[in-house]
Design a protein around this ligand. Sequence first.
Ligand code: 5AD
Ligand code: SF4
Length: 462
Amino acid sequence: MGKPIYYSDKFLNSSLEKLKEIISVKFSERQPLCFLHSFGCQQNVSDGEKIKEMLSRAGYGFTDAAENADLIIYNTCAVRENAEDRVFGAIGNLKHLKEYRPDTIIGICGCMAQQEKICEKIRSTYRQVDIVFGTYAYKDLFDMLCDVLDKRKRVFNISENSDELCEELTQLRDDKVKASVPIMYGCNNFCTYCIVPYVRGRERSREFTAVVSEVKELVKQGYKEIMLLGQNVNSYSFGFSNLLREIDKIDGHFRVRFMSSHPKDASYELIDTIIESKHISKQLHLPVQAGSDRILSLMNRRYTVSDYMKIINYAREKYPDFCFSTDIIVGFPGESYEEFLMTKKLLKEVGYYNVFSFVYSKRTGTKAALMVDNISDKEKGQWLRELLLEQRETAQRINDKFLGITKEILVDGFSTSHPEYLCGKTDEGIIVEFKGDKCLIGEFINVKITKSMNWALLGELA
Ligand code: 5AD
Ligand code: SF4
């Protein structure tokens, strides 16, 4: 792995001053506003928060209404085709807005923008878009905005640079309770279905001390849940278990979670570290993807079901309540119904408290895109529904175990399904809804579980 290059604050300052000047002339009467929406995973949301930090340094404020914004940015996801379709729909809707507010600047960035064919499609078909920039180009944001604002140029920037990392750039976080902290970028694994290594480049780990200091600072600021992020945190260059142990030494009442872990790199040491820690949630998101060794091999996952089960069983032997969640792909090219049933069987065997399941989506440029895919969309849809039904039963079984028990939860906010209820999460990550005062948001509290459903628990203040 190449040694990362760390930027100094300089890059933030050079074109920043120029941009500020342009903005002060163009917006002499009021503060310019930005609407930024991130699609996709938490890593992408975290990138979006970095962009917001840069924009706020340049003088932008933020709005939740795209129609009021001077700058609209869609930070996109490329993992599945339906994510891309949603973005094209959103860009299409901006055509009218641009007609009656021609000065609005529209930017498309992130994983989807990083693909050349998408960049070209936007260049030729979506004339309302002013800036397209990929996952390596955040450092050029001030320059790009100068070009668009001053010279009214369209900018397309998707050049790759896998050696660069910026430690100086913090995130403008919307949430005051939970904070995500990226520890590495990129992925080296090349699972055959996945576009991520192509749009985010090779793995680059952040410096150990920089990560620890950032977590310390967040805890000092009062954040209660820290989510460490990476495509495969287990291959963090400076030892992931070491990092967890160091973070665990930080004083305060807070939780640490992380995602994602590749099962081929999840070690007994990792499980021991989690179990022995004070702050790390006794829970692991361990994407298995499929329950058949043949499909796992075609996916280039580099573990078998039996390797995977060894980690699960080791954790459960040492800590019986250890909770697992997973990702599943249904309908990988060539998968038979019998092989799908093996995935269903695995789900039952492990007893996940949460499963994120997706129908396989062909991604041009990946190896799987060249494999023969002879399962109809209808069939894949049926398999997915079958899997969801199975998981509902498992989740109900797991949740029933909590009935009558008092659990510590971190209160997140209001419930979306019952607005008169607050909601929070247990250490395992299970949603608990209860009646309480909104001043409890952001606090750890004890709740007695009174009812169990397959998607959440109901409780009352203990
Ligand atoms: N089709 C469907 N699901 C995919 N994922 C990644 N690539 C694809 C694809 N081409 C899923 C995997 C991964 C999660 C983040 O997204 O399950 O773990
Ligand atoms: Fe994609 Fe596999 Fe890398 Fe995850 S580990 S980002 S699924 S290539």
